[in-house]
Structures are given as structure tokens and as C-alpha cells.
Design a protein around this ligand. Sequence first.
Ligand code: ADP
Length: 371
Amino acid sequence: MAEITLKGASMTYPNGTKALTSVDLTVRDHEFLVLLGPSGCGKSTLLRLVAGLEKPTEGEVLFDGKVVNDLEPLKRNVAMVFQSFALYPHLNVYKNMAFPLKSMKLKPEEIQRRVEEAAKILDIEHVLNRRPRVLSGGQRQRVALGRAMVREPVVFLLDEPLSNLDVKMRLELRDQIVSLHKRLGTTFLYVTHDQAEAMQLGDRLAVMDTGRIVQIGSPQEIYDHPNSLYVADFIGAPKMNFFAALLRADGPNWSVRLLGREMPLPPERIDQDAALAPGMRVVVGVRPEDFALSRREDAYAAAVGQVMPMGATQHVEAYVGNQRFLVSLNSHTPVCEGDTLRLEVDPHTVHLFAAEGGQNLLLPPRKGGKA
Ligand code: ADP
């Protein structure tokens, strides 16, 4: 078990590609931290720096406060699990799992103890004698996890380990990885580009954009208060709706025009340090579930386009004038294409971003909504 720290870590590959720019990150001991970002943003490179497969071109990697830049991968005692299963085809499952232990020169009884214990936890005891090719994708990936586990590493590094699996298997193994982490209590650093997976797995998420970590926090903190348009656009399915607007000031009170109506911004959410200016171009963000049916006189009248049933909820395409947006409603709400819905938005739930620069201009909403 270890605390992993990157201090000002940058990585430029020999061909000149700058994959990481001055990354500061601490993965706490026992923590499950997920690196989330689109393909090519530097997630795998960051993992490779921790594993010791690459050396940062600037900055430091520390394990429990000690710089490990020059420590070779084997001596770091990290385990990596990749997207592809990378098992030895000619060895059975038992031998695949025992392989790393043999090179550690452990006694045969200790090897047997560790392999059998890992196989039990991962529910693959009954396939220990089989070769990888006769296993399902999910079983193969559990063998790969088992092979990582038996080394009793100080940190698990998982690089998109579920992306080759079908949906059912992926969900099953997701749950299993969560319970594995609980059970082992080891530090986990997990890479994915799938925001739903990241939300479910991580104690904390670090959202990346082109070689930088742009926001770090619990999944709920990031969902409730993305610090930029980029993060807001990345987190949440269906996506947050965005509306271009101009900021208005009336004395100390600020407002925006949303879908043709004036919306006052709650004073307790105004950040005195944000450089707000009357007439400033902003983007108002409203999550689909933050539109509610309304009986208010001043409700928005929205024409209904397509209705997409999702099981517990339904995604409803709505139009006010030419402005299209998505609303998420309980599936019991009767709604059909061509209807008119009356909707309202609680201003305590909205997000406000600078059109230029994209930063979130408001303070986080208070838990429980209205002040
Ligand atoms: P991610 O894991 O988020 O998809 P990567 O860390 O794999 O991102 O890649 C980050 C950037 O570095 C990309 O532009 C990628 O093309 C580049 N890159 C990755 N590995 C190498 C390498 N060995 N040599 C040169 N460029 C690389």
C-alpha cells in the first residue's frame, strides 16, 4: 500500500509529443482514483510514469514521499492490468497466475496459497486447469486481475481493463473491481474514457484535458459543480444543456436571460472573486434532470420533439422557439411528440460559464438545493 505523488511531472516523448504538462497529483494510500479524459489526453502516459515504464522528462514521481524516478519497474512493486488480456496462451490459468511469483522466487506453498486465495476472491477456482482460449472475456480479465493480485502490489494500475468486454460482463466486473478494492484496501489508479464507469468506481476523479489535470474531486462534487465548460460537457449522460446568454446587472443583483425569460442568479452563488461584468458573454448550463414540470404562470412552454424511453426515465427533446434542449423526466409522466410541456428551472441548480475561457463563474450550489 502506498501514497503516489506526481510533482510537476511532464512527459515529452522522443518524437516531440508533449503528453503531460506539469502534473501535480496525489493518490492517497488506499484510495481508488480514476483518471478520466478523452483518448490521447495522457492518461496511459501518467500510469506508465507511475509504473516506471517511462521516466518523466521533468518533475518527480514519489511513493510514500520517496522519489522513485530512477527505480526500475520491478522494484516499485506495482501491478498493471491492461485492456488486452495479455495471458500466456500455452499456460493454464493456475500457471498464468503463478508466473510472476516464480520469478520472485517464492516457495511453492506460498505460491499455491496466493493463487488459490486470489482465484477464490475472483470466482475463477473452477477454471484453474483451463487454458485462456477456452475462457470467456470476463474470465480472462479476472485471471489478469488475479495475476496482478498475487504479487500483493502496493498499487494497482488499471488501464481501461473493461473496454474489451461486452456490456453485461463489463457491469459485472465493475462491481467486482469495487469489491476487490474494498477487500484489499490497496491504492488503485484506474484509467478510463467512460464517464459512467468513472462515476461509479472512483472515490475521486481526476479529469484530464490534453496533458493536464483540470479538475479533481469526488464524482458527486464534479457532477454538481464542474469547474469548466469542458468538464461539464464531459460528465453526465445525457449531457448538460448549454445556452448562450449575456450577463445582466441590476445594482448588486445579477441575472441572465434563459429561453427568453429573465432568471435572477441566487446572490449566495455569486463569487466575489469572479470577474463578472454586465454584458459579459456567458454560457448557462442546465442538466436535463434540472428541468421540472411546472404550474407556474411564468413557466416555459416547450414543444416536445422526440421522446426516448430509458426505463426509469425518459429523455424528451424540447424546443422553445428555435432552441433545442433535452429534458429528463420520470417515465410515468405522460408525454408525446407534439405536446407542449410547461417547464421551470430552479436557479439554484444552474451552472454559469464564461463564454471565453470556459471557467465556472458561480460558487458551488449548497447541498439540498435552495438556501
Ligand atoms: P490516453 O491514454 O489518454 O489515450 P496516451 O497517454 O496514450 O493518452 O497518449 C498521450 C499522447 O502521447 C498522445 O498524443 C499519443 O499519441 C502520444 N504518445 C503516447 N505514447 C507515445 C510514444 N511511445 N511515442 C510518442 N508519442 C506517444
